[in-house]
Design a protein around this ligand. Structure first.
Ligand code: ADE
Ligand code: ZN
Length: 333
């Protein structure tokens, strides 16, 4: 029997490319580039991935990214993700990259952008999979650094669809980045933002109002404010949720406690994504499966989630309609 979850045409809208770095590739690239790792083995890396909150993860995630040095490294990293995502039935993906994690180490756009382009072109040709890039600004750094990053990205804006906002949320409200998001919009970029992963619901409203975010990445704390949930429903603002990530970073103790199903039932446009799959124990299909088992989602629920991911993507209407028609056909069978 073919796997229903894998067969569903899906878009992945929340995946950090640096978070797809598998331990095996981390060792391979460390050896290739002469980078010292604080881990002796793949098993030791696995043992270090016991997180208590977002910051405890970010500390290890930024350290891991240091093995990425050459265009070929970025190409190999992204190609491995794209192949893996395609095998999970992802037909379109919108991938985050953290430019500042690399430029702050002296690795410029001229290094990572050609690597990304090579992998994305190959995915179109060989996997029939479309993809876009979203450049995230690191919110633990000042807005002036984000503006410098946008300026450095100018020659590459044809390759970038949107800007996003990620890294440590607590203490870093979205309003701090209103200017750089306005500049990005003026440059023709779309916008999304991480909000309400650990931060209060006010950060979600702030991302909508100050950054004009078209999607909210995570948004799990929205249900602390009924008015905000009503707004998300009325305006049909998509949430790109990442269930395995939320459990690993302790937003919920168990998958059974996750609020995704409750939000779906209230009419929020929820999508399912992997965030940083190599750190959180699963790619997109694993996230769908965890919800099926943990929250008792039916095939019809899973199809709604897949449909939401297509509708919430930045694909054009024609591409969306074709994928939605495929989902409808699966349900009719
Ligand atoms: N960067 C990578 N993963 C992230 C997450 N889940 N939240 C904020 N920043 C991130
Ligand atoms: Zn994320």
């Amino acid at each position: 029997m073919t796997d229903f979850i894998i067969s569903l045409p899906k878009a992945e809208l929340h995946v950090h490319i640096e978070g797809t770095l598998e331990p095996e590739m981390m060792f391979e690239l460390a050896a290739r580039n002469g980078v010292d790792l604080p881990f002796a083995s793949v098993e030791e890396i696995g043992a270090a991935y016991e997180f208590t909150d977002l910051q405890s993860f970010l500390d290890i995630y930024y350290q891991g990214a240091e093995v990425l040095q050459t265009s070929d490294d970025f190409r190999d990293l992204m190609w491995a993700y794209l192949e893996r995502a395609a095998s999970d039935g992802v037909r379109h993906t919108e991938m985050f990259f953290d430019a500042q994690t690399h430029t702050n180490r002296g690795i410029g756009f001229d290094v990572f952008m050609p690597g990304f382009a090579a992998a994305m072109d190959r995915a179109t040709a060989e996997l029939g999979m479309t993809s876009l890039l979203i450049m995230c600004f690191l919110r633990h750094l000042p807005e002036s650094a984000a503006i410098e990053t946008l300026e450095a990205a100018r020659p590459y804006l044809g390759q970038i669809a949107a800007v996003g906002l990620d890294s440590s949320e607590l203490g870093h409200p979205p309003e701090d980045f209103a200017r750089v998001f306005a500049m990005a919009r003026d440059a023709g970029l779309r916008s999304v933002a991480h909000a309400g992963e650990e931060g209060p619901p006010g950060f979600i409203s702030g991302a909508l109002d100050s950054l004009r975010a078209e999607r909210i990445d995570h948004g799990v704390t929205c249900d602390q404010d009924d008015g905000l949930v009503s707004r998300l429903v009325t305006e049909q603002i998509p949430l790109t949720m990442c269930p395995l990530s939320n459990v690993r970073l302790k937003a919920f103790e168990r998958m059974e406690d996750h609020n995704l199903k409750r939000l779906m039932e209230r009419g929020v446009k929820v999508t399912v994504n992997s965030d940083d799959p190599s750190y959180f124990g699963g790619y997109i299909a694993d996230n769908y499966r965890a919800l099926e088992h943990g929250l008792g989602l039916t095939h019809a629920d899973l199809a709604v989630l897949a449909g939401n991911s297509i509708e919430a993507s930045f694909l054009d209407d024609e591409a969306k309609a074709m994928l939605i028609a495929e989902i409808d056909e699966m349900l009719a069978d």
